[in-house]
Design a protein around this ligand. Structure first.
Ligand SMILES: NC(=O)c1ccc[n+]([C@@H]2O[C@H](COP(=O)([O-])OP(=O)(O)OC[C@H]3O[C@@H](n4cnc5c(N)ncnc54)[C@H](OP(=O)(O)O)[C@@H]3O)[C@@H](O)[C@H]2O)c1
Length: 362
């Protein structure tokens, strides 16, 4: 254990790990778009972090977000934030095609990195980001914040004790109608857009988690992946579609997503002894709907409302801080190996629908 607070800061900054909850992790945010303010609020309401700085290509926007959440510093460029010694960890809230570039720059600057999902455009890029983080001695985690919610802990507990037997079939869906939105990165092929990269990735991640629990592991990779999607003529990305995952355990999961159609956010798991429905699996605490698990066991139905004591991004921030401080080999919420496996499924699904990003060649 290191001595005074200054030493601990220096240690954390070098990507070292300390076990002391008294020292808040000082966060910097890259990019001020839709998600950045929600994350900034999460940091302020977390137990472990403090918002130290915000960076935008537009200095005025950075100043505004910093002011709104009490961050002492703001920057008109991302590099300036990375140069600041009083920032320990960086949250990457940029479009998908910039995730690996800024993960790499942040890691090389000695910052721990929480990168928004998907962690990269493909598995090869994700492996590169993981290697850079490892060599730089910093923690890297993908921002699947839904995994930090107590409903996932409860679902895991129920599955582990065999409450619904062997899970054979799953359905995950997530979508929203952007009604066009061609200026949004989600509708741009060069930015790694499309519904699968933005929304389908959640269902893929939950399916892999559930399959893993079924085989006594923290995740499992499917043995078979296929998909179908409608690619927009103007956008060149998948605007709605369905993926199909088959696992060694026998579990078959369908993942439905779309960004030009409203689709209910729900996950259903059917096992040999019952079923579990997650009524608000992906955005608990965000959209005002309480997260609810509906458990059906041999004909008896039970509903459990599982609110958290902090916003979902605060839970994510605290889980990340625990990971940084304890230095366990597997992340408590979303391990890097898990992220790499997720990216491989997204690659397979994209291969099935013929979607390549410009940096991947033809
Ligand atoms: N976990 C979640 O709940 C959740 C929810 C939504 C989104 N996300 C993820 O968060 C990331 C950002 O999504 P968002 O909805 O916040 O996107 P957004 O509103 O478009 O914001 C992205 C920000 O990135 C910066 N940027 C830098 N270079 C850019 C470029 N070439 N084109 C566009 N923007 C650029 C911009 O900030 P400055 O101009 O300020 O530099 C922009 O505001 C995505 O990876 C997405 O998957 C996660």
């Amino acid at each position: 254990m290191l001595g005074d607070c200054t030493d601990q800061r220096a240690y954390l900054h070098r990507g070292g790990r300390v076990m002391d909850d008294e020292v808040p992790l000082r966060w910097g945010v890259l990019g001020v778009g839709y998600i950045a303010p929600q994350f900034a609020r999460g940091v302020s309401l977390s137990r472990s972090g403090t918002l130290a700085g915000v960076a935008s290509r537009n200095a005025g926007r950075a100043a505004e977000l910093a002011r709104a959440h009490g961050a002492p510093k703001h920057f008109g460029s991302y590099l300036e934030l990375l140069d600041d010694d009083e920032i320990d960890a960086v949250y990457i809230a940029l479009p998908n095609h910039l995730h690996v570039e800024w993960t790499e720059r942040s890691a090389l600057a000695g910052k721990h990195v929480l990168c928004e999902k998907p962690i990269a455009l493909n598995a090869a890029e994700a492996a590169h980001a993981a290697a850079v983080a490892r060599e730089s001695g910093v923690t890297l985690m993908e921002g699947f914040m839904y995994r930090a919610h107590p409903q996932i802990t409860e679902m895991t507990r129920l599955l582990s004790k065999g409450e619904i037997g062997n899970v054979r079939v799953m359905e995950c869906s997530f979508g929203g109608n952007m009604r066009g939105g061609d200026k949004n990165y989600r509708m741009q092929r060069e930015a790694g857009g499309g519904a699968l990269m933005d929304l389908g990735c959640y269902g893929v991640s939950l399916s892999r988690l559930v399959a893993g629990i079924g085989s006594g592991a923290s995740f499992a990779d499917p043995i078979n992946v296929t998909g179908i999607a409608r690619i927009g003529q103007t956008s060149g990305v998948d605007e709605w579609g369905v993926g199909l995952l088959e696992f060694e355990s026998g579990l078959i999961s369908t993942v439905t997503c779309g960004n030009q159609v409203d689709i209910a956010s729900v996950a259903r798991l059917w096992g040999t002894e019952g079923s579990i429905t997650l009524r608000n699996p992906w955005q608990p605490e965000i959209d005002g709907r309480a997260p609810e698990l509906v458990i059906e066991h041999r004909g008896a139905m039970e509903s459990r409302i599982l609110p958290a004591d902090r916003p979902i991004y605060a839970l994510e921030v605290d889980a990340f801080a625990e990971y940084v401080r304890t230095g366990v080999t597997r992340a408590p919420v979303m391990d890097l190996e898990d992220s790499l496996g997720n990216m491989r499924v997204l690659d397979d699904w994209r291969r099935a629908i013929g979607l390549r990003f410009p940096t991947e060649g033809t």
